[in-house]
Write a protein that binds this ligand. Structure first.
Ligand code: AMP
Length: 150
Protein backbone atom coordinates (compact mmCIF):
# COMPACT_ATOMS: atom_id res chain seq x y z
CA UNK A 1 0.00 0.00 0.00
CA UNK A 2 1.24 3.42 -0.98
CA UNK A 3 0.96 7.03 0.12
CA UNK A 4 -0.95 7.79 -3.10
CA UNK A 5 -3.67 5.31 -2.00
CA UNK A 6 -4.23 7.39 1.16
CA UNK A 7 -4.16 10.67 -0.80
CA UNK A 8 -6.75 9.26 -3.23
CA UNK A 9 -9.16 8.45 -0.40
CA UNK A 10 -8.52 11.83 1.25
CA UNK A 11 -9.26 13.64 -2.02
CA UNK A 12 -12.78 12.15 -2.00
CA UNK A 13 -13.67 14.13 1.13
CA UNK A 14 -14.14 17.89 0.86
CA UNK A 15 -11.93 18.55 3.90
CA UNK A 16 -9.16 16.15 2.86
CA UNK A 17 -8.90 17.53 -0.66
CA UNK A 18 -7.27 20.75 0.58
CA UNK A 19 -3.73 20.96 1.90
CA UNK A 20 -3.70 23.73 4.46
CA UNK A 21 -0.58 25.88 4.27
CA UNK A 22 0.71 29.14 5.72
CA UNK A 23 3.66 31.44 5.09
CA UNK A 24 6.32 31.84 7.76
CA UNK A 25 5.45 35.54 8.00
CA UNK A 26 1.96 34.68 9.35
CA UNK A 27 1.42 35.21 13.07
CA UNK A 28 0.97 32.29 15.42
CA UNK A 29 -2.58 33.52 16.09
CA UNK A 30 -3.39 33.30 12.35
CA UNK A 31 -1.90 29.80 12.15
CA UNK A 32 -3.85 28.73 15.25
CA UNK A 33 -7.06 30.02 13.65
CA UNK A 34 -6.28 27.94 10.53
CA UNK A 35 -5.85 24.79 12.62
CA UNK A 36 -9.16 25.47 14.34
CA UNK A 37 -11.09 26.33 11.15
CA UNK A 38 -9.90 23.22 9.30
CA UNK A 39 -10.00 20.96 12.40
CA UNK A 40 -6.41 19.80 11.80
CA UNK A 41 -3.30 19.37 13.96
CA UNK A 42 -0.58 20.83 11.76
CA UNK A 43 -0.10 23.32 8.97
CA UNK A 44 2.65 23.02 6.36
CA UNK A 45 4.67 26.19 5.95
CA UNK A 46 5.51 26.88 2.33
CA UNK A 47 7.84 29.34 0.66
CA UNK A 48 6.23 31.56 -2.01
CA UNK A 49 7.44 29.11 -4.72
CA UNK A 50 5.44 26.22 -3.18
CA UNK A 51 8.33 24.41 -1.49
CA UNK A 52 8.12 23.09 2.06
CA UNK A 53 9.82 25.59 4.40
CA UNK A 54 8.63 24.11 7.70
CA UNK A 55 5.81 22.57 9.66
CA UNK A 56 3.89 23.95 12.62
CA UNK A 57 1.86 21.61 14.76
CA UNK A 58 -0.42 22.17 17.74
CA UNK A 59 2.44 20.82 19.90
CA UNK A 60 4.70 23.71 18.82
CA UNK A 61 1.95 26.18 19.76
CA UNK A 62 1.37 24.57 23.16
CA UNK A 63 5.13 24.57 23.84
CA UNK A 64 5.59 28.27 23.04
CA UNK A 65 2.45 29.25 24.98
CA UNK A 66 3.74 27.34 28.01
CA UNK A 67 7.15 29.05 27.69
CA UNK A 68 6.10 32.61 26.87
CA UNK A 69 2.40 32.95 27.66
CA UNK A 70 -0.32 34.41 25.39
CA UNK A 71 1.99 37.15 24.00
CA UNK A 72 3.57 34.36 21.93
CA UNK A 73 0.51 34.44 19.65
CA UNK A 74 1.86 37.59 18.00
CA UNK A 75 5.20 35.91 17.14
CA UNK A 76 5.65 34.81 13.55
CA UNK A 77 5.29 31.20 12.47
CA UNK A 78 8.91 31.30 11.26
CA UNK A 79 10.08 31.81 14.86
CA UNK A 80 8.36 28.66 16.12
CA UNK A 81 8.00 26.12 13.28
CA UNK A 82 10.20 23.06 12.75
CA UNK A 83 12.49 23.73 9.77
CA UNK A 84 14.05 20.26 9.34
CA UNK A 85 10.93 18.67 7.85
CA UNK A 86 10.82 14.98 6.99
CA UNK A 87 8.78 14.54 3.81
CA UNK A 88 7.69 11.60 1.70
CA UNK A 89 6.61 11.04 -1.90
CA UNK A 90 3.33 9.60 -3.18
CA UNK A 91 5.23 6.46 -4.24
CA UNK A 92 6.49 5.71 -0.72
CA UNK A 93 4.86 2.75 1.01
CA UNK A 94 2.65 3.23 4.08
CA UNK A 95 5.18 1.08 5.94
CA UNK A 96 7.98 3.55 5.13
CA UNK A 97 5.74 6.48 6.10
CA UNK A 98 4.85 4.87 9.44
CA UNK A 99 8.52 4.14 10.11
CA UNK A 100 9.30 7.84 9.53
CA UNK A 101 6.53 8.91 11.91
CA UNK A 102 7.61 6.41 14.59
CA UNK A 103 11.31 7.27 14.31
CA UNK A 104 10.69 11.04 14.30
CA UNK A 105 7.85 10.93 16.90
CA UNK A 106 5.59 13.16 14.80
CA UNK A 107 2.11 12.64 13.37
CA UNK A 108 2.24 14.55 10.10
CA UNK A 109 4.29 14.08 6.92
CA UNK A 110 4.08 16.45 3.94
CA UNK A 111 4.07 14.77 0.53
CA UNK A 112 6.28 16.32 -2.16
CA UNK A 113 6.69 15.64 -5.89
CA UNK A 114 9.92 15.13 -7.85
CA UNK A 115 10.52 18.90 -7.92
CA UNK A 116 10.11 19.19 -4.15
CA UNK A 117 6.71 20.90 -4.48
CA UNK A 118 4.05 20.18 -1.86
CA UNK A 119 1.28 17.89 -3.11
CA UNK A 120 -0.43 16.84 0.12
CA UNK A 121 -0.02 15.88 3.75
CA UNK A 122 -0.66 12.57 5.48
CA UNK A 123 -1.43 12.41 9.20
CA UNK A 124 -1.39 9.40 11.52
CA UNK A 125 -5.20 9.78 11.59
CA UNK A 126 -5.35 9.35 7.79
CA UNK A 127 -3.22 6.20 8.03
CA UNK A 128 -5.39 4.70 10.80
CA UNK A 129 -8.60 5.53 8.85
CA UNK A 130 -7.10 3.92 5.73
CA UNK A 131 -6.16 0.75 7.64
CA UNK A 132 -9.61 0.46 9.26
CA UNK A 133 -11.33 0.80 5.85
CA UNK A 134 -8.96 -1.76 4.37
CA UNK A 135 -9.69 -4.26 7.18
CA UNK A 136 -13.47 -3.68 6.84
CA UNK A 137 -13.22 -4.21 3.07
CA UNK A 138 -11.30 -7.48 3.55
CA UNK A 139 -13.76 -8.69 6.22
CA UNK A 140 -16.71 -7.94 3.95
CA UNK A 141 -15.07 -9.79 1.01
CA UNK A 142 -14.39 -12.80 3.27
CA UNK A 143 -18.00 -12.75 4.58
CA UNK A 144 -19.32 -12.69 1.00
CA UNK A 145 -17.02 -15.57 0.07
CA UNK A 146 -18.10 -17.69 3.07
CA UNK A 147 -21.84 -17.07 2.65
CA UNK A 148 -22.05 -17.56 -1.11
CA UNK A 149 -23.10 -21.09 -2.24
CA UNK A 150 -20.17 -23.15 -3.52
P1 AMP B 1 3.07 16.33 15.54
O1 AMP B 1 3.19 15.04 16.30
O2 AMP B 1 3.01 16.10 14.05
O3 AMP B 1 1.98 17.21 16.06
O4 AMP B 1 4.45 17.13 15.74
C1 AMP B 1 5.30 17.01 16.86
C2 AMP B 1 6.57 17.84 16.60
O5 AMP B 1 7.23 17.37 15.43
C3 AMP B 1 6.34 19.34 16.35
O6 AMP B 1 7.44 20.05 16.85
C4 AMP B 1 6.30 19.47 14.83
O7 AMP B 1 6.72 20.74 14.34
C5 AMP B 1 7.29 18.38 14.42
N1 AMP B 1 6.93 17.75 13.16
C6 AMP B 1 5.69 17.39 12.73
N2 AMP B 1 5.74 16.80 11.54
C7 AMP B 1 7.04 16.77 11.18
C8 AMP B 1 7.76 16.29 10.05
N3 AMP B 1 7.15 15.68 9.02
N4 AMP B 1 9.12 16.45 10.01
C9 AMP B 1 9.77 17.05 11.04
N5 AMP B 1 9.15 17.52 12.15
C10 AMP B 1 7.81 17.38 12.23
Amino acid sequence: MYVHSVLKIKAQTRQGAVTVTALETATLLEATQKLATHKIGAVVITSPDGRVAGILSERDIVRVLAQSGPDALSATVGDVMTRAVITCTADDTIKTLMAKMTRGRFRHVPVVDGQGLLTGVVSIGDVVKFHVEEIEHEASALRDYITQPH
